[in-house]
Design a protein around this ligand. Structure first.
Ligand code: FES
Ligand code: CO
Length: 331
């Protein structure tokens, strides 16, 4: 069940601007996938040609079809083969000549792939579409860990003062005030959590910021930071693709309603530093699969959000210690 739930989630696989004329190879839940773009939009196939098993992603997009690099069979976006150059004229294309099609969407500046026939809804991120906000995309960050470990790290408040000392936290302000965690509108949301920030977004402005975290689905989370003294809002949406067992990639959408005329680079570079500070820790964590048995670890009240994440995964049917990778696609 939970496997189904994770299995039917959308996985972000690349920035939309990186999928242009040529197909690309990506991995989702251990599956090798070819993505490509034509005038109708973006498409995903199992990255395997039915003829002799070559990777379709090595091919080209020709007349809107994906043409295999090996013997130039062409597959239309429905997956049906439309051309086999070696077939003498007049001979029909065998109906079995097909590519396996997966769901693929362009959304929030990213390309998303879903291996399931009954996909979960795409994540909603209203700020992305509003003129008063601007979004910069960072990543993909490759991580040798499973997606829930990356998500958990993002939701963890009490590490900010140590792992990100001097940037997102200050060791002398390490206490975490009590906060509430609510399940509301099919997502988990916290109350405002005040965190002292020496340099909250790279602009070297110290002070308290209020973090509100939300868990939108098992692999997509966000927080919004505000301060009491102005209307500035800074939001990060984190979406993780579980590429293979113990290998994931993370994309972050950095959204702000200030400095709209300023370049994105300083914001992205700052986030690159922050992500790198977390990387060794996340890759070191054991067990590799997030423990859902609450007795297996120690918890503090300040961990309420990461406890809620564990409980939600459990409610979705995730069994403790099971891999996200165990359900094979039904082909
Ligand atoms: Fe793709 Fe032959 S392997 S056309
Ligand atoms: Co961190």
């Amino acid at each position: 069940m939970q496997q189904d739930r994770l299995w039917n989630e959308w996985h972000p696989v690349c920035k939309a601007e990186e999928l242009l004329d040529d197909p690309k190879q990506v991995y989702v839940l251990g599956e090798r996938v070819a993505i490509f773009r034509n005038e109708k939009g973006v498409h995903a196939f199992k990255d395997l040609c039915i003829h002799r098993g070559a990777a379709l992603s090595l091919g080209k997009v020709v007349n809107g079809n994906l043409r295999c690099a090996y013997h130039a069979w062409e597959f239309g976006c429905s997956g049906a083969c439309v051309s086999i150059p070696a077939l003498p004229k007049g001979r029909p294309i065998p109906p079995k000549a097909k590519a396996t099609v997966y769901k693929c969407q362009e959304h929030l500046g990213l390309i998303w792939v879903n291996l399931d026939d009954d996909p979960a809804p795409l994540v909603s991120y209203p700020e992305y579409h509003q003129d008063s906000y601007h979004t910069a995309i960072c990543g993909p960050y490759e991580v040798k860990a499973n997606a829930p470990r990356i998500i958990e790290n993002f939701l963890d408040v009490s590490h900010l003062m140590f792992v990100h000392e001097g940037l997102l936290g200050d060791e002398d302000h390490a206490e975490v005030a009590d906060y509430t965690v609510e399940f509301l509108d099919n997502r988990i949301i916290t109350s405002e959590i005040p965190v002292y920030q020496p340099n909250s977004d790279g602009r070297s402005k110290g002070g308290y910021a209020n973090y509100v975290y939300e868990i939108l689905n098992p692999k997509t989370v966000r927080f919004t930071k505000t301060t009491d003294d102005n209307d500035e809002e800074f939001t990060i949406l984190l979406a993780v693709n579980q590429m293979e067992k113990e290998k994931s990639q993370a994309f972050m959408l950095l959204t702000r309603n200030y400095d709209l005329d300023k370049p994105d680079e300083p914001f992205i570079e700052f986030q690159d530093i922050i992500f790198n500070q977390d990387l060794d820790i996340v890759e070191s964590q054991k067990p590799e699969l997030l423990p859902l048995d609450l007795q297996a670890e120690m918890h503090l009240k300040s961990d309420a959000l990461t406890i809620a994440y564990r409980k939600w995964l459990q409610e979705l049917g995730v069994e403790n210690g099971t891999s996200l990778m165990e359900k094979a696609p039904q082909l």
